[in-house]
Design a protein around this ligand. Structure first.
Ligand code: FAD
Ligand code: DHB
Length: 389
């Protein structure tokens, strides 16, 4: 088989890139290791930046998002001293949209099916070949049979544990990493959200987040020690701990119910430079991971998709390679911005194992500055709604 752009990984990055390219008449093949049902079962991101929402509309998949997504004008931060609001609308005249990654992925599958895109799931042993030259190709196994896709370029959209990044020789790759000594235990439940906007809580017992997917579907997280397994937490224990960490006025009236999903996510900051090697371009989690605090992971992935899509369009339409040549630099500039924001939010809101009284006062002071200094809230709001592409 031959295509123009071989896309490794059919998560949100791979599917969105494929959809955007197909609409420009550029052929793609998406190779995904897992089944669609498995991809949809992963409960992940919940907040879309305005740029992500605009990109989804541009890809022709904004309809349900605009009808069902919940626009949020701001979020709450809470400490033992109380809860305060950061208004994105007042500070930077912008909003974010609460619309889950699962729904984005469903919409992308439907749109790709409607235009007859080539999505191959259950692709095993995917391997990238000759990415240094002008004729790269990809091999994989499906139904016990070895297959090959020749292409012009390869987009590595296969997430943090994928194989694309490993294809870049170690001598060329520079990896930056910070692993945080805790994780997030997440619960999804068919209950009314605790508040009308998200609540990020700094608490002596550890961080907590009250989020949502819709009016009858809540998403909550609590900070847990690294290595925690979801089975160690009963629903009752989770709700008790969450109530302790959220502001009392919310905890008292909060609806609880059985969890319909419970999982633990580790927290890590990671960047691979460069994001391009020959004809291979890394996109999304394949190149970088942020800790989830601040909801940047999916949005950062969509930023990469934007840059690569524009670059490939210019390359195919105008035979102009400049944007492809600068893809890595342009994507990385934005990546490091979101890295800083997620690291800052994580440091400000979590309880670290060796946290001293001094460190504690620094967190309180950082939060106090947000309460008292409008320009501090403006900087937070600008980053939360998304730095420009
Ligand atoms: P992925 O979603 O990881 O997709 C990569 C795809 O490639 C997968 O479908 C995978 O099966 C496939 N693949 C992997 N290896 C291969 C291979 N060898 N061959 C073929 N296919 C392969 N972000 C937020 O903003 N908020 C959150 O609350 C949040 N929670 C998260 C919780 C968890 C547990 C994780 C892991 C991430 C979370 N994120 C969150 C981050 C966000 O979900 C990711 O940034 C987003 O999924 C990135 O999309 P992607 O398409 O780049 O990568
Ligand atoms: C969600 C996750 C986040 O990391 C975040 O900062 C906000 C919302 C969520 O899953 O709803």
């Amino acid at each position: 088989m031959r295509t123009q752009v071989a896309i490794i990984g059919g998560g949100p990055s791979g599917l969105l890139l494929s959809q955007l390219l197909n609409r420009e008449g550029i052929a793609t093949v998406v190779l995904e290791r897992r089944s669609r049902a498995h991809v949809l079962s992963r409960i992940r991101a919940g907040v879309l930046e305005r740029g992500s929402a605009a990109l989804l509309r541009h890809a022709g998949v904004g309809g349900r998002m605009d009808a069902e997504g919940l626009p949020h004008d701001g979020c709450y931060l809470s400490t033992v001293q109380g809860m305060f609001h950061v208004s994105f609308r007042d500070m930077v005249n912008a909003q974010v949209l609460v619309y889950g990654q699962t729904e984005v992925t469903k919409d992308l599958y439907a749109a790709q099916d409607a235009i007859g895109a080539t999505l191959i799931d259950g692709a095993e042993d995917v391997a990238l070949h000759e990415v240094d030259g002008a004729n790269p190709y990809v091999t994989y196994r499906k139904d016990g049979e070895q297959r090959r896709v020749a292409c012009d370029v390869i987009a590595g959209c296969d997430g943090f544990h994928g194989i694309s990044r490993q294809t870049i020789p170690a001598s060329v790759r520079h990896e930056f990493e910070r692993v945080y000594p805790f994780g997030w235990l997440g619960v999804l439940s068919e209950t009314a959200p605790a508040a009308h906007e998200l609540v990020y809580a700094n608490h002596p017992r550890g961080f907590a987040l009250a989020s949502m997917r819709n009016a009858r579907l809540s998403r909550y997280y609590i900070q847990v020690p690294e290595g925690t397994r979801p089975e160690q937490w009963s629903d009752a224990a989770f709700w008790d701990e969450l109530r302790r960490r959220l502001p009392p006025e919310l905890a008292e009236s909060m609806e609880t119910g059985p969890s319909i999903e419970k999982s633990v996510a580790p927290l890590r900051s990671f960047v691979c430079e460069p994001m391009r090697h020959g004809r291979l371009f890394l996109v999304g989690d394949a190149a970088h991971i942020v800790p989830p605090t601040g909801a940047k992971g999916l949005n950062l992935a969509f930023g990469d998709v934007h840059y690569l899509f524009e670059a490939l369009r210019r390359w195919y339409r105008d035979a102009d390679a400049e944007a492809l040549d600068t893809y890595s630099d342009r994507a990385l500039a934005r990546v490091w911005g979101a890295m800083r924001f997620s690291w800052w939010m994580t440091n400000m809101l979590h309880r670290f194992p060796e946290q001293s009284d001094f460190d504690q006062r620094m967190q309180e002071s950082e939060l106090r500055q947000l309460v008292t200094v409008p320009s501090a809230r403006t900087t937070m709001a600008l980053n939360y709604v998304g730095l420009p592409y």
